[in-house]
Ligand binder design. Structure first.
Ligand code: NDP
Ligand code: 8X3
Length: 251
């Protein structure tokens, strides 16, 4: 029987690449996001790779909708083997004393509370079955703050703490927990951070070859395909000319 992976935020970037990598490697996929049209298009692509696919359209900030989606899974989709908590992003790059309240709340509600909700809904089944793997998409931003990163960095530090905490709480089971911490990955991330300003977003990746969603998916797959007795706790993946969240050499 094929394993089942649930990927949140699979309509774009890293989540989409993870879904594709897992479909290529024999997983069936539950893919989630807010954009139904994108989810359906990606589902068709994954089916062409041989996967069975279920799409769930909900906002991870909406706890009721998330609960209804997971508790309402058809019987054959309930035993989730891999949960990839990927949905999230950054909004703004203002100094902490000048940030936007709505941007702050959106990041905290999505990157921390959304991830926690999904963990709370999916992990009890993993613990009961004594198998499963939670992959949280953290960030180099969670290791140290950078200028203007303040709240986004705080949410990714929280992802590290929540990954470490969960790993402790499931240590009596065969459930594994991995925190993947990418550096600069060219996706829709910066376009969203800068509220649709594509030129400013392009500037983030100028003069450096950034990572791709596919590069991150390779690391995710490395962790989930490791032998059952091996728990990859964390992976920090940077572009070659990036040394940390704030040290980036540009040509
Ligand atoms: P994208 O903007 O390309 O993708 C973000 C995904 O998250 C989309 O599929 C989006 O789907 C989903 N999403 C966002 N908000 C919500 C929500 N409230 N409910 C449900 N889904 C949501 O960015 P990335 O692929 O780069 O980002 C994915 C993750 O990787 C994020 O957690 C980000 O913080 C992290 N990351 C990114 C890095 C980068 O440099 N790009 C580096 C390190 C970490 P939809 O709009 O359909 O809801
Ligand atoms: C995304 C990477 O360095 O832009 O988490 O914050 S960074």
């Amino acid at each position: 029987m094929k394993k089942i992976a649930l990927v949140t935020g699979a309509t774009s970037g890293i989540g989409e690449a993870c879904a594709r990598k897992l479909a290529e490697n024999g997983y069936n996929l539950i893919i989630t996001g807010r954009r139904a049209d994108r989810l359906n298009a990606i589902a068709d692509e994954l089916r062409a790779l041989g996967a069975e696919v279920l799409t769930l359209v909900f906002d991870v900030r909406d706890r009721e909708a998330a609960t209804a989606a997971i508790n309402g899974l058809p019987a054959e989709w309930q035993e989730i083997d891999v949960l990839i908590n990927n949905a999230g992003g950054a909004l703004g790059l203002e100094p902490e004393y000048a940030g936007d309240y709505v941007d702050w709340d959106t990041m905290i509600d999505t990157n921390i509370k959304g991830l926690l909700t999904m963990t709370r809904l999916v992990v009890p089944g993993m613990v009961e079955r004594d198998r499963g793997h939670v992959v949280n998409i953290g960030s180099v931003a969670g290791d140290a703050a950078y200028a203007g990163g303040n709240v986004y960095c705080a949410t990714k530090s929280a992802v590290k703490a929540l990954s470490d905490g969960l790993r402790i709480d499931v240590a009596h089971t065969r459930v594994r927990v991995t925190n993947i911490k990418p550096g600069l990955v060219e996706t829709n991330f910066s376009v969203i951070r800068f509220h649709g300003d594509k030129d400013r977003a392009d500037g983030v990746y100028k003069g450096i070859e950034p990572l791709t969603g596919k590069d991150i998916a390779e690391s995710v797959y490395y962790a989930v395909s490791a032998p059952a007795h091996v728990q990859v706790a964390e992976i920090l993946i940077l572009a070659t000319h990036q040394a940390s969240g704030s040290v980036i050499h540009r040509k």
